[in-house]
Ligand binder design. Structure first.
Ligand code: GDP
Ligand code: CA
Length: 326
């Protein structure tokens, strides 16, 4: 199969590790050597801290695909220090629960400066992507939308009522331990896809869903008006990798995100969220016997990305599944 254009919809760490594996697979396979990958990144996790605009998922993608990520964490810069945060703590500046390294802060300062000068998030992301050499690797990184959207989590307020907190406060500060009643995404219904997003879905040879959080990563991307219709309408096969193995997230708290939706915490439950456009679904060997939505071709393999090599293998299997569907 000759693949020229692959489009991936991605969250942060899980998505970035998978896309890095995908690039590796494309480069080591002669038939796909010149392929280009457009990554549409989630921006619902974005937050303004200390007056700086932070885009955690886009940054994980930039650093991972650009070779500058802290491998152990999966996010943030390699070899980073925390001098600025330490000084802010000494000054009594809050919040302290969101870790920002010094080199990482350089990204947020530049982004905030450029946004303040009137650049769109797409333009800013493109400048950052050049810094990380992504175009040379055949990668185009697009935020799903240029509109500032933010995921908020509705939780109990402790007095019998409800309150909404920023997704990052729920996820990072509280470790997703406060029961989520629902997710509200500020700005989503009025948002439009960023330039190139719909074209990348419609014009792709294959659309891939990495093993990203189905609710707060992929779910947000799907919620930007027009994206879901483009996925339903594209002639390209849409294939995905389950982020759940044996009914559990590999890392993170996807289970706590699926609960308020009433969706079964399983590879099949996640496939059900995508059933209206999904053509192929790669699940772990442990999940092969489950019942999947009709019309979805299921492939099985070992889905744990132990290292980059493992991510390459999984990406190759996903492309093979797509090839059987084309
Ligand atoms: P985030 O934005 O940093 O939370 O990252 P994503 O949304 O892109 O990815 C998070 C999802 O990746 C979680 O639901 C994990 O279960 C999943 N994930 C992480 N590592 C692996 C892995 O090795 N294999 C599979 N199948 N899923 C993984
Ligand atoms: Ca994220």
């Amino acid at each position: 199969m000759t693949l020229m254009q692959i489009t991936a919809l991605s969250g942060g760490v899980g998505g970035a590790r998978f896309v890095r594996g995908l690039l590796g697979t494309l480069a080591e396979t002669p038939a796909t050597e010149g392929a280009s990958v457009t990554v549409v990144g989630n921006t619902g996790d974005d937050i303004t801290l200390f007056g700086l605009r932070v885009c955690p998922d886009l940054d994980s993608l930039l650093y991972t695909l650009g070779g500058g990520v802290d491998e152990a964490q999966g996010w943030g810069r390699d070899g980073d220090t925390r001098e600025v945060m330490t000084e802010l703590a000494a000054l009594g500046v809050q919040p302290q629960w969101f870790g920002l390294g010094d080199r990482d802060l350089g990204t947020h300062v530049a982004r905030s400066l450029w946004l303040g000068q009137g650049a769109t998030l797409s333009e800013v992301t493109d400048r950052l992507a050049r810094r990380w050499g992504l175009p040379d690797r055949g990668v185009r990184l697009l935020p799903v939308t240029d509109a500032p959207i933010e995921t908020h989590v509705v939780v109990d307020d402790g007095g019998g009522g409800e309150r909404a907190i920023h997704f990052q406060e729920w996820w990072v500060r509280h470790g997703a331990e406060l029961t989520a009643h629902r997710f509200n995404v500020a700005g989503l219904s009025g948002a439009t896809p960023a330039p190139g997003v719909l074209e990348a879905i419609r014009g792709a040879d294959v659309v891939v869903l990495p093993p990203s959080n189905p609710v707060v990563s992929i779910g947000i991307i799907l919620g930007v008006p027009g994206v879901r219709d483009a996925l339903r309408g594209t002639r390209a096969p849409v294939v995905g990798v389950s982020p759940l193995i044996g009914g559990r997230p590999v890392r993170g708290h996807a289970d706590a995100c699926l609960a308020p939706l009433g969706v079964e915490v399983s590879a099949a439950g996640v496939a059900g969220l995508y059933a209206d456009f999904l053509d192929g679904w790669l699940v772990d060997d442990a999940d092969g016997a489950a019942t999947y939505p009709p019309g979805v071709r299921v492939g099985t393999t070992d889905l744990l990305m132990r290292d980059e090599r493992g991510a390459r293998r999984i990406a190759a299997e996903l492309l093979a599944l797509a090839g059987r569907l084309r």
